[in-house]
Design a binder for this molecule. Structure first.
Ligand SMILES: Cc1ncc(COP(=O)(O)O)c(C=O)c1O
Length: 359
C-alpha cells in the first residue's frame, strides 16, 4: 500500500471537532440529557402521524424545493417565498451562507464564546475566524464587533439569544450595530432560540431583515418545535442571498419526513408554543432557585442556563453525571444546562446546591 495519502485542504488541520452533547447513560437509574438544548417533550401525536405517513414513501426523493414548507414559512412570517431558503438544520444553512460569502483571505466575525459550530464552519470555508470576546456580563460586545470589521469581512454571526450564555441583544443596541455594518457585509441573526424570549425589547430579526438587504435571519425547527432529529432549519433573506442559499444547498438534503413534519409543526404552533411556555416557566424557576442558592447566573432568555465555573467546570459536570444528569461542560469556562423535564431540573438544582456549599 502506498505511504502517500490523498492531499487534503490545509484549512482542515485547524478545524476543531464538533462536540455533541453527551447522551444520557443507558441502563441503570433514569438519566436526564440536559446537554444539547433539545426539547424534552416527545413529538405531538399529529406531527408524528404526519412523519410516519411520509416514511411510507422514502423510496422516493423528497421535494427538492421544499415547496409546501417554503410556502408555509412564507405565509407564517409574511415574507415572499423567494426569501425563504431551507437546509439540513440551521447549522446546514449557516454553512451554506459561508459557502456563499467567504473563502480564503476573507474574515468572519462572531462573539466568543458562542455557538460552537461557528469556528468549525468558518475554518472549513477557508476564511479566518475573528472572535470577539463576550462582555463581563456574558453578552455580545457589539461595539468591539463593529470595530473588528475590515475590508476582508464577509459575514458576521450575531447569536440572539447567545448559545451558551443565554444573553440577548435588545432593539436599540442591535439597530445601532446594524447601522455601522457596511451594506456589502452579511449579518446573520441566528435566532435558534427565538421562541423562548419573553422580553419585548428583544427585536424579532424578521422585522429587522425587512428594511435591511444585508440581514439574514436563521431559524430552526430543532428547538421549540422539537424536530432536532429530523434536521430542518431555514433562513429568511433578501435576494440574492436567498438565491445563493438555493445554489449551495445539498440536493434533496431535507427529507420528506422533515418537510412534512415541519409543515405540521407550524400548523400545530399553538400547542407547541404552549409547551415552550411551560419550559420558560421552568427556566424561571431554575434561575430563581440558582440565584437563591447564591450563584451568579447570566440572565438567560433561552432554554438553558450558563454557570461560569472556571476550573471547577469538569468537577461540576461529573457531580451532575453522578446524580443522573448529563450537562454540557466547556472545560475551564463553565457549564450549559438545558431546561428539561422538571425531575431532571430538580436533580441539577440539588447538585448545584450541594456544590455551592463546597465552593
Ligand atoms: C445558536 C444555534 N444556532 C444553530 C443551531 C443549530 O441547530 P440545528 O442545526 O439543529 O437547526 C444551534 C443548535 O444547537 C444553536 O445553538
Amino acid at each position: 500500500m502506498s505511504e502517500t495519502s490523498p492531499r487534503l485542504r490545509a484549512e482542515l488541520d485547524g478545524v476543531p471537532a464538533y462536540k455533541p452533547g453527551k447522551p444520557a447513560a443507558a441502563g441503570g437509574p433514569k438519566a436526564y440529557k440536559l446537554s444539547s438544548n433539545e426539547n424534552p417533550y416527545p413529538p405531538l401525536p399529529g406531527v408524528l402521524e404526519t412523519a410516519l405517513a411520509a416514511a411510507g414513501s422514502f423510496n422516493r426523493y423528497p421535494d427538492l424545493a421544499c415547496t409546501a414548507l417554503v410556502a408555509e414559512i412564507a405565509s407564517r412570517f409574511g415574507v415572499p417565498a423567494s426569501h425563504v431558503a431551507t437546509g439540513t438544520g440551521s447549522v446546514g444553512v449557516a454553512q451554506q451562507l459561508l459557502q456563499s460569502t467567504a473563502g480564503p483571505g476573507d474574515e468572519v466575525i462572531y462573539a466568543w464564546r458562542s455557538f460552537e459550530a461557528y469556528p468549525i464552519i468558518t475554518r472549513i470555508s477557508g476564511a479566518r475566524p475573528v472572535e470577539v470576546p463576550l462582555t463581563a456580563d456574558e453578552g455580545h460586545d457589539l461595539d468591539a464587533m463593529a470595530e473588528a470589521i475590515t475590508e476582508r469581512t464577509r459575514l458576521i454571526f450575531v447569536c440572539n439569544p447567545n448559545n451558551p450564555t443565554g444573553t440577548v441583544i435588545r432593539r436599540a443596541e442591535l439597530e445601532r450595530f446594524l447601522d455601522r455594518v457596511p451594506p456589502e457585509v452579511l449579518v446573520v441573526l441566528d435566532e435558534a432560540y427565538r421562541e423562548f424570549i419573553r422580553d419585548t425589547e428583544v427585536p424579532d430579526g424578521v422585522e429587522l431583515y425587512r428594511e435591511r438587504p444585508n440581514v439574514c435571519v436563521l431559524r430552526t425547527f430543532s428547538k421549540a418545535y422539537g424536530l432536532a432529529g429530523l434536521r430542518v432549519g431555514f433562513a429568511i433573506a433578501h435576494e440574492p442571498v436567498a438565491a445563493a442559499l438555493r445554489k449551495t444547498a445539498v440536493p434533496f438534503g431535507v427529507s420528506q419526513l422533515a418537510q412534512d413534519a415541519a409543515v405540521a409543526s407550524l400548523r400545530a404552533e399553538d400547542e407547541l408554543l404552549g409547551r415552550v411556555g411551560s419550559l420558560v416557566a421552568e427556566r424561571e424557576r431554575v434561575l430563581a432557585t440558582l440565584t437563591g442558592q447564591g450563584w451568579t447566573v447570566a440572565e438567560t432568555h433561552a432554554n438553558f442556563v450558563w454557570l461560569r465555573l472556571g476550573e471547577r467546570t469538569l468537577d461540576f459536570a461529573a457531580a451532575c453525571e453522578a446524580a443522573g444528569v448529563v450537562i454540557r461542560p466547556f472545560a475551564g469556562e463553565g457549564v450549559r444546562v438545558t431546561i428539561g423535564e422538571s425531575e431532571g431540573n430538580d436533580l441539577f438544582l440539588q447538585t448545584a446546591a450541594a456544590f455551592r456549599k463546597e465552593l
